[in-house]
Design a protein around this ligand. Structure first.
Ligand code: ISL
Length: 567
């Protein structure tokens, strides 16, 4: 266990800078704000800060559309402040992960401007330019080179009238995909990454990194995907998720950027649709690709093909999924663990119970469950104080382009507006993007100006200041969980074994290492559960950490979580 990498004991905290803390009163969070709240992170005990994008950007997708990889957007501050942040984190023993968004750039990046300027441009081939589908005229309905649907609704291709060719964008039209087949593109990205490491950053969270390799025929042709029900578009994911050269590209990146460097780094690849089998290859240390991946299985269990088709989560599906990932990466590779992030609804509202009675208990129960799994836990800003979904009323309350595009497309395709809005309320990414609730003041201590997204009215009760001095708060519980991982090697490295796989209310498992066995039991319901009957081995076990005062050792109260040491 002594030679296990440092990140097996680490907890990562994600900052979405736009919504974290505003230092200049423009209503948008910034680096000055992050610098002013570092005590919050060191008090919590986290080891790594992952900073969502702060690079110059038109902000079409809140910074995931980058127009300059080697600077800071004035909206967020300056390179000098970024250097200060590196320094301030390092002096507190923390590390900084930058967000690496290189599947696509902004359409306002100089690379794309050059590429678009002419089919003869030396940068033309840095992006995916294709003529209209055979025999069709540019701009005709269905003339897009493939039928792929973009993740943000509509076709994944946009016509450039000047050349009569289309460019590919798996996300928004302002996010053209880079062509990783071109070695110059790869070299430019590697050089940029080295530049950041030389500046002192400690690694990268790699945005949709499993989409950089597309299936390309020898003649350069890209292929259609299966048609989507009720749409003229198709599902292209088979043509670009974990494509044929993905392992090669990541191994090359590792070689070109990290190999032979002094220091301790962390790389985590965001990989929608990745399978356990693929994840094991990506994270096998012997292959030197990435340290861990974000997988998406558990955040897909409560909806159908689209995230907007909401369905109830069945506990046995969650257990089967997490259990498979724990088993699949048990001997080589490593898991990252998360409930939510800036793209997902708030965990307590989605997986817990955000009613006043159970909000605190379910937030701490979910935290215990996740942090006791084997893997590196990620805390998304505000989760540590039990922040919940926002009470959106009308369409005007939403800001995210994914939500707004979906509304327009769904309604024009004949879906009932009230139904579409109901799904947005539950699933919109804006739920995660309201400002962090620092205190009970009118703008929650986030800004002296008008916040870019309204603060949740519940901040009067749910805020960091109030929880800081309360030993029973969600915040205090997170502090204890993080400390437990640091102190106890079983939490970091112990073997995982799922218990009661079919039980719909109790989520239980053991972790064991060198003869020490922890049993974790969580009641994910409002109904008391007969712990001693379900798991007799818990009788007389020592309580290591719980989220509620133990009323009856034989019974798990609603949303109670216990970490027990078995004799
Ligand atoms: O948010 C999603 C679910 O609706 C995903 O499809 C999401 O777009 C996907 O997880 C990729 O996310 C990342 O890349 C996007 C960016 O908008 C997200 O914020 C980012 O996390 C494009 O860069």
């Amino acid at each position: 266990t002594a030679d296990a990498p440092w990140w097996t004991r680490a907890v990562v905290y994600q900052v979405y800078p736009r919504s974290f803390m505003d230092s200049d009163g423009d209503g948008i969070g910034d680096l000055g704000g992050v610098l002013s709240r570092l005590d919050h992170l060191s008090d919590l005990g986290v080891d790594v800060l992952w900073l969502s994008p702060v690079y110059p950007s038109p902000q079409a997708d809140n910074g995931y559309d980058i127009s300059d990889y080697q600077d800071i957007d004035p909206l967020f501050g300056s390179l000098t402040q970024l250097d200060e942040l590196i320094e301030a984190l390092h002096s507190r023993g923390m590390k900084l992960l930058m967000d690496l968004v290189v599947n696509h750039t902004s359409d306002e990046h100089p690379w794309f401007r050059e590429s678009r300027s002419s089919p003869a441009s030396p940068r033309r081939d840095w992006y995916w330019w294709r003529p209209p589908r055979g025999g069709m005229a540019a701009g005709d309905p269905g003339a897009e080179p493939t039928n792929w649907q973009s993740f943000f609704s509509g076709p994944a291709w946009t016509l450039d009238p000047a050349s009569g060719e289309y460019y590919l964008h798996l996300f928004d039209r302002k996010q053209p995909d880079l062509n990783w087949e071109n070695p110059e593109v790869r070299q430019a990205v590697h050089a940029m990454m080295r530049w950041w490491l030389d500046r002192g950053v400690d690694g990268f969270r790699m945005d949709v990194i499993n989409m950089i390799s597309k299936v390309v025929a020898d003649d350069g042709h890209l292929h259609d995907g299966p048609p989507l029900p009720g749409s003229s578009l198709g599902d292209g994911s088979g043509q670009f998720l974990c494509g044929p050269r993905i392992h090669e590209f990541l191994a090359e990146m590792h070689r070109e950027v990290f190999a032979g460097r002094d220091g301790t780094f962390l790389t985590v690849g965001e990989m929608p649709g990745v399978t356990v089998e693929d994840a094991e290859l990506f994270t096998d240390p012997a292959r030197a690709e990435v340290d861990m991946v974000f997988q998406f299985e558990h955040v897909g269990l409560d909806h159908g093909a689209r995230k907007w088709d909401i369905q109830p989560l069945r506990m046995r599906d969650l257990k089967a999924s997490f259990g498979r990932w724990q088993a699949g990466l048990a001997t080589s590779g490593w898991n990252s663990l998360y409930w939510d992030n800036h793209d997902q609804p708030r965990a307590v509202s989605r997986f817990g119970d955000d009613s006043p009675r159970y909000r605190r208990d379910s937030a701490t129960c979910l935290a215990t469950l996740l942090h006791l799994h084997r893997g590196t836990p990620y805390v998304y800003q505000g989760q540590e104080i039990g922040m919940a979904n926002y009470p959106f009323q009308t369409l005007d309350d939403f800001s995210d382009l994914e939500s707004l595009n979906h509304y327009v497309h769904a309604v024009s395709a004949g879906e009932e507006p009230a139904h579409v809005l109901a799904a947005l309320r539950k699933m919109s990414r804006d739920n995660a993007r309201t400002p962090v609730q620092w205190d009970a003041s009118p703008s929650a201590g986030f800004t002296t100006g008008t916040p870019w997204l309204p603060v949740n009215p519940d901040h009067v009760e749910w805020n960091a200041e109030r929880q800081r001095s309360d030993d029973t708060s969600v915040l205090a519980h997170y502090r204890r969980l993080i400390a437990l991982r640091h102190e106890n090697p079983v939490v970091a490295l112990g073997d995982f074994h799922m218990l009661l796989p079919d039980h719909e209310q109790v989520y239980a498992f053991t972790r064991s290492l060198d003869g020490e066995v922890l049993l974790v039991a969580c009641n994910l319901s409002r109904t008391p559960q007969p712990l001693a009957d379900l798991l007799p081995q818990t009788t007389g076990a020592e309580l290591v950490l719980g989220n509620l005062p133990v009323d009856d050792p034989a019974v798990l109260a609603p949303w109670e979580a216990r970490v027990l040491r078995l004799p």
